[in-house]
Design a protein around this ligand. Structure first.
Ligand SMILES: Cc1cc2nc3c(=O)[nH]c(=O)nc-3n(C[C@H](O)[C@H](O)[C@H](O)COP(=O)(O)OP(=O)(O)OC[C@H]3O[C@@H](n4cnc5c(N)ncnc54)[C@H](O)[C@@H]3O)c2cc1C
Length: 346
């Protein structure tokens, strides 16, 4: 697929789909299909890296997203029992509530874009030069890009999220296993926390109380910050199984393209999914505007995002390691960022 794209159908109006609809030139006829517009109100804060800011700037939403979020200046890695594994390091992250990000992107979508609140049952029937699957990990478009990679993949892990009443202060950071990963993150209104652990609970929707109980048991040996967060948690609790996209060899096939989670849904522990979705969207919009080859776009986006997809699962395994956690922690403490290096133990 190369130049002269006049009509684009975007399946999915989440981060990737809205960013694409906002970024495409006015000369292109765009129809965006969103099956569950109420989804825009769901979800807690998303952490965005500084590397995602140029994409927000390109869409004209950097100021509004920055206002909706709060900076995450420093982060630190801890063992679950509360011992610091690394020194505090600069993060330059922005924690932004998902509704705030989606509101800003929605406001950036031009009046010429037709937004339909419908579910696309068969993307092959859409009348467009380009059909973009921004339809998340359960993507229907992915099967048209690569029939062998249509199905999402389950992971053994579930995530639990909740709100903190007050910023976590010096306790902010990630706490690594054995068997439980916990994050405490400042965000608008105080902060939020998340956990991940191996669980056989199901089917979905998961029983939040049952997931919470499993996390409580795993957190029994944890340090005070984690234990009190998990014990006292009631606000904004949500549980979800973590699903990922299959490894993809291409993102483009004929008139079909996948972006965001449809292309590379990954476990959330690297905080990359939404930022990469934004980058997919603006780079694809620019490529369409320039009439350039989508193969070149794919060559740029696929290696980076597939590497992130693989790395995030590897880091999740490391964070949750039940055997060898002591060795892992010792190596981390001796690493260049480690707490056991000169200048550590602050
Ligand atoms: C627990 C958890 C924590 C996370 N934390 C972070 C984080 O801190 N930082 C970060 O960067 N990322 C994070 N992520 C990942 C991030 O949420 C996703 O990468 C991002 O939302 C992907 O956006 P998307 O637009 O590609 O897909 P989605 O947000 O899934 O949007 C897809 C949209 O398509 C619609 N749709 C699907 N099928 C159809 C159809 N057939 N017809 C019409 N519409 C359809 C859906 O209704 C949905 O609105 C986290 C994910 C999880 C699960």
């Amino acid at each position: 697929m190369t130049s002269r794209v006049r009509r684009v159908a975007v399946v999915g109006g989440g981060v990737a789909g809205l960013a694409l609809a906002a970024g495409l030139p006015r000369s292109v006829e765009v129809v965006l299909h969103e099956a569950q517009p109420e989804r825009a109100r769901w979800g807690s804060a998303l952490v965005l890296g500084a590397w995602a800011r140029p994409a927000l700037h390109r869409l004209g939403v950097l100021d509004s997203v920055t206002r909706a979020g709060s900076p995450v200046g420093a982060g630190r890695l801890f063992a679950l029992d509360g011992r610091a594994l690394t020194r505090p390091h600069d993060l330059h992250l922005l924690a932004v509530p998902r509704p705030g990000l989606l509101d800003a992107l929605t406001a950036a979508v031009g009046p010429g874009v037709r937004v339909l609140h419908d579910e696309v049952l068969d993307p092959a029937e859409l009348d467009a030069d380009l059909v973009v699957g921004a339809d998340g990990v359960r993507s229907r478009v992915r099967g048209l890009v690569d029939p062998g990679r249509a199905a999402r993949l389950g992971t053994p892990w579930v995530a639990l999220r909740g709100r903190l009443g007050a910023p976590p202060g010096a306790a902010a950071g990630e706490y690594w296993g054995p068997g439980l990963l916990v994050g405490l993150v400042p965000s608008p209104g105080g902060g939020h926390w998340f956990t991940a652990h191996r669980s056989t609970l199901g089917p979905e929707p998961l029983d939040v109380a049952a997931v919470h109980e499993e996390v409580r048991v795993l957190a029994q040996g944890a340090g005070a910050a984690v234990r009190s967060t998990v014990e006292d948690a009631t606000a904004g609790l949500a549980a979800t199984r973590l699903w990922v996209a299959p490894p993809m060899r291409r993102y483009v096939h004929g008139r079909y393209v996948v972006v965001g989670d449809a292309a590379h849904a990954m476990t959330p522990n690297l905080g990359r999914g939404a930022g990469e979705a934004l980058l997919d969207a603006v780079t694809l919009a620019d490529r369409v505007a320039a009439g350039g080859s989508l193969a070149a776009w794919q060559a740029r986006r696929l290696p980076r995002t597939q590497a992130a997809r693989t790395a995030s699962s590897a880091v999740m395994r490391l964070a949750l390691a039940e055997r060898g956690a002591g060795v892992r922690d010792a190596v981390l403490r001796l690493s260049p960022a480690g707490d056991a290096r000169p200048g550590g133990r602050r």
